[in-house]
Design a protein around this ligand. Sequence first.
Ligand code: PLP
Length: 402
Amino acid sequence: MGFLADSLNRISPSATIAVSTKARQLKAQGRDIISLSAGEPDFDTPDNIKQAAVKALAAGKTKYTDVDGIPELKQAIVDKFKRENGLTYKTSQVSVGTGGKQVLYNALLATLNPGDEVVMPAPCWVSYADIVLLGGGVPVFAQTTMEHGYKLQPEALDKAITPKTKWLVFNSPSNPTGAAYSHDDLKKLTDVLLRKKNEHVWILTDDMYEHLLYDGLKFATIAEVEPKLYDRTLTMNGLSKAYCMTGLRLGYAAGPETLIKAMCKLQSQSTSNPSSIVQWMGVEALTGPQDFIAKNNKIFVERRDLVVSMLNQANGLKCPKPEGAFYVYPSCAGAIGKKSAQGVSIKTDEDFVTALLEEEGVAVVHGAAFEGSPAFRVSYAASTESLKEACTRIQRFCGNLR
Ligand code: PLP
Protein backbone atom coordinates (compact mmCIF):
# COMPACT_ATOMS: atom_id res chain seq x y z
CA MET A 1 0.00 0.00 0.00
CA GLY A 2 1.17 3.53 -0.75
CA PHE A 3 1.59 6.32 1.75
CA LEU A 4 -1.83 7.81 1.06
CA ALA A 5 -3.55 4.43 1.19
CA ASP A 6 -1.99 3.80 4.60
CA SER A 7 -3.18 7.22 5.75
CA LEU A 8 -6.66 6.46 4.46
CA ASN A 9 -6.86 3.53 6.86
CA ARG A 10 -6.25 5.90 9.76
CA ILE A 11 -9.20 8.18 9.04
CA SER A 12 -12.96 7.77 9.44
CA PRO A 13 -15.86 8.89 7.27
CA SER A 14 -17.37 12.16 8.54
CA ALA A 15 -19.51 11.31 11.60
CA THR A 16 -21.87 14.22 10.98
CA ILE A 17 -22.52 13.06 7.42
CA ALA A 18 -23.03 9.48 8.73
CA VAL A 19 -25.71 10.62 11.23
CA SER A 20 -27.51 12.74 8.61
CA THR A 21 -27.45 9.80 6.18
CA LYS A 22 -28.86 7.39 8.80
CA ALA A 23 -31.63 9.89 9.63
CA ARG A 24 -32.51 10.22 5.92
CA GLN A 25 -32.61 6.42 5.52
CA LEU A 26 -34.94 6.00 8.53
CA LYS A 27 -37.18 8.75 7.12
CA ALA A 28 -37.28 6.98 3.76
CA GLN A 29 -38.49 3.84 5.62
CA GLY A 30 -41.44 5.88 6.84
CA ARG A 31 -40.17 6.66 10.38
CA ASP A 32 -41.06 10.05 11.87
CA ILE A 33 -37.56 11.54 12.18
CA ILE A 34 -36.43 15.04 13.08
CA SER A 35 -32.82 15.58 12.11
CA LEU A 36 -30.87 18.21 14.00
CA SER A 37 -27.58 16.86 12.74
CA ALA A 38 -26.90 18.93 9.64
CA GLY A 39 -24.35 21.73 9.53
CA GLU A 40 -26.28 23.92 7.15
CA PRO A 41 -28.81 26.74 7.35
CA ASP A 42 -32.35 25.81 6.37
CA PHE A 43 -32.76 29.21 4.62
CA ASP A 44 -32.74 29.39 0.84
CA THR A 45 -29.85 31.03 -1.03
CA PRO A 46 -30.70 34.74 -1.53
CA ASP A 47 -32.28 35.44 -4.90
CA ASN A 48 -29.69 37.97 -6.11
CA ILE A 49 -27.02 35.27 -5.67
CA LYS A 50 -29.10 32.75 -7.64
CA GLN A 51 -29.64 35.32 -10.39
CA ALA A 52 -25.88 35.79 -10.69
CA ALA A 53 -25.69 32.12 -11.74
CA VAL A 54 -28.35 32.65 -14.41
CA LYS A 55 -26.46 35.68 -15.73
CA ALA A 56 -23.12 33.89 -15.75
CA LEU A 57 -24.63 30.97 -17.69
CA ALA A 58 -26.23 33.29 -20.24
CA ALA A 59 -22.89 35.06 -20.65
CA GLY A 60 -21.19 31.74 -21.41
CA LYS A 61 -19.00 31.70 -18.28
CA THR A 62 -18.73 27.95 -18.56
CA LYS A 63 -15.03 27.47 -19.34
CA TYR A 64 -12.02 26.58 -17.18
CA THR A 65 -10.88 29.48 -15.01
CA ASP A 66 -7.63 30.20 -13.18
CA VAL A 67 -7.10 27.26 -10.82
CA ASP A 68 -7.57 29.14 -7.56
CA GLY A 69 -10.19 31.68 -8.59
CA ILE A 70 -11.20 34.30 -11.14
CA PRO A 71 -9.60 37.74 -10.63
CA GLU A 72 -13.01 39.35 -9.98
CA LEU A 73 -13.69 36.97 -7.08
CA LYS A 74 -10.19 37.36 -5.65
CA GLN A 75 -10.67 41.14 -5.74
CA ALA A 76 -14.07 40.81 -4.00
CA ILE A 77 -12.34 38.72 -1.30
CA VAL A 78 -9.51 41.27 -0.88
CA ASP A 79 -12.16 44.00 -0.50
CA LYS A 80 -14.10 41.88 2.01
CA PHE A 81 -11.03 41.38 4.21
CA LYS A 82 -10.30 45.11 4.13
CA ARG A 83 -13.88 46.19 4.78
CA GLU A 84 -14.87 43.67 7.42
CA ASN A 85 -11.62 42.65 9.09
CA GLY A 86 -9.22 45.54 8.52
CA LEU A 87 -6.82 43.11 6.83
CA THR A 88 -4.78 44.06 3.77
CA TYR A 89 -4.07 41.34 1.21
CA LYS A 90 -3.07 41.33 -2.46
CA THR A 91 -5.01 39.11 -4.87
CA SER A 92 -1.87 36.97 -5.15
CA GLN A 93 -2.35 36.13 -1.45
CA VAL A 94 -5.85 34.71 -2.02
CA SER A 95 -6.87 31.13 -2.83
CA VAL A 96 -10.38 29.99 -3.76
CA GLY A 97 -11.46 26.35 -3.56
CA THR A 98 -14.46 24.06 -3.83
CA GLY A 99 -15.74 24.71 -0.31
CA GLY A 100 -13.91 25.72 2.82
CA LYS A 101 -13.06 22.07 3.31
CA GLN A 102 -10.92 21.93 0.17
CA VAL A 103 -9.08 25.10 1.17
CA LEU A 104 -8.24 23.61 4.58
CA TYR A 105 -7.28 20.34 2.96
CA ASN A 106 -4.97 22.12 0.49
CA ALA A 107 -3.28 24.11 3.25
CA LEU A 108 -2.65 21.10 5.47
CA LEU A 109 -1.66 18.62 2.78
CA ALA A 110 0.63 21.10 1.09
CA THR A 111 2.59 21.74 4.29
CA LEU A 112 2.56 18.70 6.58
CA ASN A 113 5.53 16.36 6.85
CA PRO A 114 5.15 12.97 8.56
CA GLY A 115 4.99 13.43 12.33
CA ASP A 116 4.19 17.16 12.25
CA GLU A 117 1.77 18.06 15.02
CA VAL A 118 -1.36 20.15 14.55
CA VAL A 119 -2.94 21.64 17.65
CA MET A 120 -6.70 22.12 17.69
CA PRO A 121 -8.97 23.18 20.55
CA ALA A 122 -11.41 20.36 21.32
CA PRO A 123 -14.30 19.84 20.89
CA CYS A 124 -13.64 20.69 17.25
CA TRP A 125 -15.03 20.17 13.78
CA VAL A 126 -14.88 16.51 12.77
CA SER A 127 -12.72 16.95 9.66
CA TYR A 128 -9.65 18.71 11.08
CA ALA A 129 -8.14 15.62 12.68
CA ASP A 130 -8.89 13.35 9.74
CA ILE A 131 -7.36 15.75 7.22
CA VAL A 132 -4.26 16.02 9.42
CA LEU A 133 -4.02 12.21 9.61
CA LEU A 134 -4.41 11.95 5.85
CA GLY A 135 -1.46 14.30 5.49
CA GLY A 136 0.69 12.12 7.77
CA GLY A 137 0.44 14.59 10.64
CA VAL A 138 -0.56 14.11 14.26
CA PRO A 139 -3.64 15.87 15.68
CA VAL A 140 -3.10 17.27 19.18
CA PHE A 141 -6.29 18.14 21.03
CA ALA A 142 -6.16 21.06 23.44
CA GLN A 143 -9.20 20.43 25.61
CA THR A 144 -11.64 23.18 26.53
CA THR A 145 -14.32 22.94 29.21
CA MET A 146 -17.95 23.91 29.56
CA GLU A 147 -16.98 26.07 32.58
CA HIS A 148 -14.91 28.26 30.21
CA GLY A 149 -17.69 28.33 27.62
CA TYR A 150 -15.65 25.84 25.56
CA LYS A 151 -13.04 28.51 24.88
CA LEU A 152 -9.37 27.61 24.71
CA GLN A 153 -7.40 28.96 27.67
CA PRO A 154 -3.90 30.41 27.12
CA GLU A 155 -2.19 27.84 29.42
CA ALA A 156 -3.83 24.93 27.58
CA LEU A 157 -2.61 26.33 24.25
CA ASP A 158 0.93 26.83 25.51
CA LYS A 159 1.02 23.31 26.93
CA ALA A 160 -0.20 21.73 23.68
CA ILE A 161 2.58 23.33 21.59
CA THR A 162 5.82 21.33 21.19
CA PRO A 163 8.86 21.79 18.93
CA LYS A 164 7.04 19.50 16.46
CA THR A 165 3.94 21.72 16.16
CA LYS A 166 3.42 22.97 12.62
CA TRP A 167 -0.06 24.51 12.86
CA LEU A 168 -2.67 25.71 15.29
CA VAL A 169 -6.08 25.23 13.67
CA PHE A 170 -8.44 27.69 15.30
CA ASN A 171 -12.19 28.15 14.79
CA SER A 172 -14.49 30.90 16.06
CA PRO A 173 -17.47 30.82 16.22
CA SER A 174 -16.99 27.13 16.75
CA ASN A 175 -18.52 24.09 15.21
CA PRO A 176 -19.64 22.15 17.33
CA THR A 177 -19.94 24.32 20.47
CA GLY A 178 -20.96 27.72 19.08
CA ALA A 179 -18.26 29.29 21.31
CA ALA A 180 -17.23 32.70 19.97
CA TYR A 181 -14.05 34.53 21.03
CA SER A 182 -13.99 38.28 21.67
CA HIS A 183 -11.03 40.48 20.71
CA ASP A 184 -9.75 40.20 24.31
CA ASP A 185 -10.12 36.41 24.35
CA LEU A 186 -8.03 36.23 21.19
CA LYS A 187 -5.39 38.65 22.49
CA LYS A 188 -4.63 36.26 25.35
CA LEU A 189 -4.03 33.48 22.83
CA THR A 190 -1.99 35.60 20.40
CA ASP A 191 0.29 36.59 23.31
CA VAL A 192 1.04 32.89 23.78
CA LEU A 193 1.73 32.45 20.06
CA LEU A 194 4.19 35.36 20.13
CA ARG A 195 6.33 33.70 22.82
CA LYS A 196 9.84 32.84 21.54
CA LYS A 197 9.26 29.12 22.14
CA ASN A 198 6.13 29.21 19.95
CA GLU A 199 7.50 31.24 17.05
CA HIS A 200 7.57 28.28 14.68
CA VAL A 201 3.79 27.71 14.83
CA TRP A 202 1.62 28.77 11.89
CA ILE A 203 -2.02 29.64 12.45
CA LEU A 204 -4.90 28.47 10.33
CA THR A 205 -7.96 30.37 11.45
CA ASP A 206 -11.27 28.96 10.24
CA ASP A 207 -13.68 31.91 10.20
CA MET A 208 -16.47 30.03 8.41
CA TYR A 209 -19.11 31.20 10.94
CA GLU A 210 -17.88 34.83 11.11
CA HIS A 211 -21.26 36.39 10.32
CA LEU A 212 -23.29 34.15 12.62
CA LEU A 213 -22.65 36.09 15.82
CA TYR A 214 -25.25 37.15 18.39
CA ASP A 215 -25.85 39.28 21.49
CA GLY A 216 -23.82 42.19 20.05
CA LEU A 217 -20.48 40.33 20.07
CA LYS A 218 -18.10 41.79 17.49
CA PHE A 219 -16.17 39.40 15.31
CA ALA A 220 -12.37 39.34 15.59
CA THR A 221 -9.77 37.26 13.79
CA ILE A 222 -6.18 36.46 14.76
CA ALA A 223 -4.22 38.41 12.10
CA GLU A 224 -6.33 41.48 12.88
CA VAL A 225 -5.93 41.21 16.65
CA GLU A 226 -2.16 40.68 16.42
CA PRO A 227 -0.59 42.12 13.23
CA LYS A 228 2.75 40.52 14.25
CA LEU A 229 1.14 37.17 13.39
CA TYR A 230 0.02 38.26 9.89
CA ASP A 231 2.99 36.57 8.19
CA ARG A 232 2.26 33.18 9.72
CA THR A 233 -1.52 33.17 9.56
CA LEU A 234 -3.82 31.71 6.93
CA THR A 235 -7.25 33.33 7.32
CA MET A 236 -9.88 30.97 5.94
CA ASN A 237 -13.53 31.66 5.28
CA GLY A 238 -16.33 30.63 2.94
CA LEU A 239 -19.77 31.23 1.54
CA SER A 240 -21.46 28.05 2.80
CA LYS A 241 -22.95 29.13 6.08
CA ALA A 242 -23.93 32.83 6.25
CA TYR A 243 -24.70 32.99 2.51
CA CYS A 244 -26.67 29.72 2.58
CA MET A 245 -24.58 28.17 -0.22
CA THR A 246 -23.51 24.83 1.28
CA GLY A 247 -24.23 22.73 -1.81
CA LEU A 248 -22.64 25.23 -4.16
CA ARG A 249 -19.17 24.63 -2.69
CA LEU A 250 -17.11 27.80 -2.41
CA GLY A 251 -14.46 28.64 0.17
CA TYR A 252 -11.39 30.85 0.31
CA ALA A 253 -8.35 31.86 2.30
CA ALA A 254 -5.71 34.58 2.37
CA GLY A 255 -2.19 34.38 3.70
CA PRO A 256 1.51 34.26 2.79
CA GLU A 257 2.09 34.09 -0.96
CA THR A 258 4.38 31.03 -0.86
CA LEU A 259 1.73 29.03 0.99
CA ILE A 260 -1.01 30.20 -1.41
CA LYS A 261 1.15 29.07 -4.36
CA ALA A 262 1.67 25.62 -2.82
CA MET A 263 -2.07 25.27 -2.23
CA CYS A 264 -2.75 26.21 -5.86
CA LYS A 265 -0.26 23.60 -7.06
CA LEU A 266 -2.08 20.88 -5.11
CA GLN A 267 -5.49 22.01 -6.37
CA SER A 268 -4.18 22.11 -9.95
CA GLN A 269 -3.60 18.35 -9.73
CA SER A 270 -6.93 17.49 -8.10
CA THR A 271 -10.10 19.45 -8.88
CA SER A 272 -8.66 22.47 -10.74
CA ASN A 273 -10.90 25.54 -10.49
CA PRO A 274 -14.12 25.65 -8.45
CA SER A 275 -17.24 25.78 -10.66
CA SER A 276 -17.03 28.86 -12.89
CA ILE A 277 -20.73 29.65 -12.35
CA VAL A 278 -20.46 29.34 -8.57
CA GLN A 279 -17.49 31.72 -8.56
CA TRP A 280 -19.69 34.38 -10.16
CA MET A 281 -22.30 33.68 -7.48
CA GLY A 282 -19.52 34.27 -4.96
CA VAL A 283 -18.75 37.68 -6.48
CA GLU A 284 -22.41 38.65 -6.09
CA ALA A 285 -22.57 37.24 -2.54
CA LEU A 286 -19.59 39.30 -1.37
CA THR A 287 -20.37 42.53 -3.24
CA GLY A 288 -24.20 42.51 -3.17
CA PRO A 289 -26.64 43.38 -0.36
CA GLN A 290 -25.77 41.88 3.03
CA ASP A 291 -28.97 42.73 4.92
CA PHE A 292 -30.38 39.17 4.80
CA ILE A 293 -27.63 38.08 7.22
CA ALA A 294 -29.01 40.21 10.08
CA LYS A 295 -32.54 38.99 9.29
CA ASN A 296 -31.46 35.35 9.41
CA ASN A 297 -29.49 35.95 12.61
CA LYS A 298 -32.58 37.32 14.36
CA ILE A 299 -34.32 34.02 13.66
CA PHE A 300 -31.26 32.03 14.76
CA VAL A 301 -31.18 33.87 18.12
CA GLU A 302 -34.86 33.07 18.79
CA ARG A 303 -34.24 29.41 17.97
CA ARG A 304 -31.09 29.25 20.08
CA ASP A 305 -32.91 30.71 23.09
CA LEU A 306 -35.78 28.25 22.68
CA VAL A 307 -33.48 25.22 22.37
CA VAL A 308 -31.19 26.23 25.26
CA SER A 309 -34.17 26.79 27.54
CA MET A 310 -35.89 23.51 26.62
CA LEU A 311 -32.72 21.41 26.85
CA ASN A 312 -31.89 22.83 30.26
CA GLN A 313 -35.29 21.55 31.43
CA ALA A 314 -34.37 17.99 30.38
CA ASN A 315 -33.27 15.59 33.13
CA GLY A 316 -29.49 15.15 33.21
CA LEU A 317 -28.64 17.74 30.51
CA LYS A 318 -26.74 20.99 30.95
CA CYS A 319 -26.70 23.37 28.01
CA PRO A 320 -24.62 26.56 27.87
CA LYS A 321 -25.83 29.46 25.70
CA PRO A 322 -23.20 30.15 23.02
CA GLU A 323 -22.86 33.40 21.10
CA GLY A 324 -22.31 32.12 17.57
CA ALA A 325 -22.89 29.59 14.77
CA PHE A 326 -26.11 27.55 14.86
CA TYR A 327 -25.15 24.81 17.29
CA VAL A 328 -25.54 24.13 20.98
CA TYR A 329 -23.49 21.55 22.80
CA PRO A 330 -25.23 20.18 25.90
CA SER A 331 -23.42 17.91 28.31
CA CYS A 332 -25.20 14.59 28.90
CA ALA A 333 -22.99 13.58 31.83
CA GLY A 334 -26.15 13.24 33.95
CA ALA A 335 -27.50 10.54 31.61
CA ILE A 336 -24.44 8.30 31.61
CA GLY A 337 -24.85 5.06 33.61
CA LYS A 338 -28.65 5.05 33.20
CA LYS A 339 -31.03 2.92 31.12
CA SER A 340 -33.45 4.17 28.45
CA ALA A 341 -37.18 3.43 28.36
CA GLN A 342 -36.45 0.47 26.08
CA GLY A 343 -33.75 -0.85 28.41
CA VAL A 344 -30.65 0.33 26.54
CA SER A 345 -27.65 1.03 28.80
CA ILE A 346 -26.29 4.54 28.22
CA LYS A 347 -22.55 4.20 28.75
CA THR A 348 -21.34 6.80 26.28
CA ASP A 349 -22.66 9.79 24.37
CA GLU A 350 -22.81 7.57 21.28
CA ASP A 351 -25.18 5.22 23.18
CA PHE A 352 -27.22 8.29 24.14
CA VAL A 353 -27.66 9.61 20.58
CA THR A 354 -28.26 6.13 19.11
CA ALA A 355 -31.02 5.35 21.63
CA LEU A 356 -32.49 8.84 21.15
CA LEU A 357 -32.71 8.24 17.40
CA GLU A 358 -34.14 4.73 17.76
CA GLU A 359 -36.64 5.53 20.52
CA GLU A 360 -37.70 9.11 19.82
CA GLY A 361 -36.66 9.69 16.21
CA VAL A 362 -34.38 12.67 16.92
CA ALA A 363 -30.99 12.77 15.20
CA VAL A 364 -28.12 14.65 16.87
CA VAL A 365 -24.36 14.04 16.76
CA HIS A 366 -22.44 12.44 19.66
CA GLY A 367 -19.67 14.47 21.28
CA ALA A 368 -17.05 11.74 20.77
CA ALA A 369 -17.10 12.61 17.05
CA PHE A 370 -15.82 16.07 18.03
CA GLU A 371 -13.40 14.87 20.75
CA GLY A 372 -15.62 16.28 23.49
CA SER A 373 -17.53 13.76 25.63
CA PRO A 374 -20.00 13.16 27.16
CA ALA A 375 -22.08 15.63 25.18
CA PHE A 376 -23.86 15.99 21.87
CA ARG A 377 -24.30 18.62 19.19
CA VAL A 378 -27.69 20.03 18.28
CA SER A 379 -27.99 22.09 15.11
CA TYR A 380 -30.78 24.64 15.48
CA ALA A 381 -30.82 25.43 11.78
CA ALA A 382 -34.33 23.97 11.58
CA SER A 383 -37.89 25.34 11.81
CA THR A 384 -39.12 26.54 15.22
CA GLU A 385 -41.89 23.97 15.09
CA SER A 386 -39.53 21.02 14.53
CA LEU A 387 -37.13 22.34 17.19
CA LYS A 388 -39.98 22.47 19.73
CA GLU A 389 -41.07 18.94 18.87
CA ALA A 390 -37.48 17.61 18.93
CA CYS A 391 -36.75 19.20 22.32
CA THR A 392 -40.01 17.83 23.72
CA ARG A 393 -38.92 14.36 22.59
CA ILE A 394 -35.44 14.85 24.10
CA GLN A 395 -37.09 15.91 27.39
CA ARG A 396 -39.27 12.78 27.30
CA PHE A 397 -36.25 10.56 26.49
CA CYS A 398 -34.26 12.03 29.37
CA GLY A 399 -37.26 11.92 31.71
CA ASN A 400 -37.57 8.16 31.08
CA LEU A 401 -33.93 7.41 31.92
CA ARG A 402 -33.59 5.25 35.06
N1 PLP B 1 -15.11 24.67 8.88
C1 PLP B 1 -16.10 24.45 9.74
C2 PLP B 1 -15.88 24.79 11.16
C3 PLP B 1 -17.29 23.88 9.31
O1 PLP B 1 -18.28 23.64 10.18
C4 PLP B 1 -17.45 23.54 7.95
C5 PLP B 1 -18.67 22.89 7.45
O2 PLP B 1 -19.40 22.25 8.14
C6 PLP B 1 -16.39 23.81 7.09
C7 PLP B 1 -15.22 24.37 7.58
C8 PLP B 1 -16.44 23.45 5.62
O3 PLP B 1 -17.31 24.23 4.91
P1 PLP B 1 -17.61 23.97 3.39
O4 PLP B 1 -19.00 23.42 3.34
O5 PLP B 1 -17.51 25.33 2.75
O6 PLP B 1 -16.62 23.04 2.84
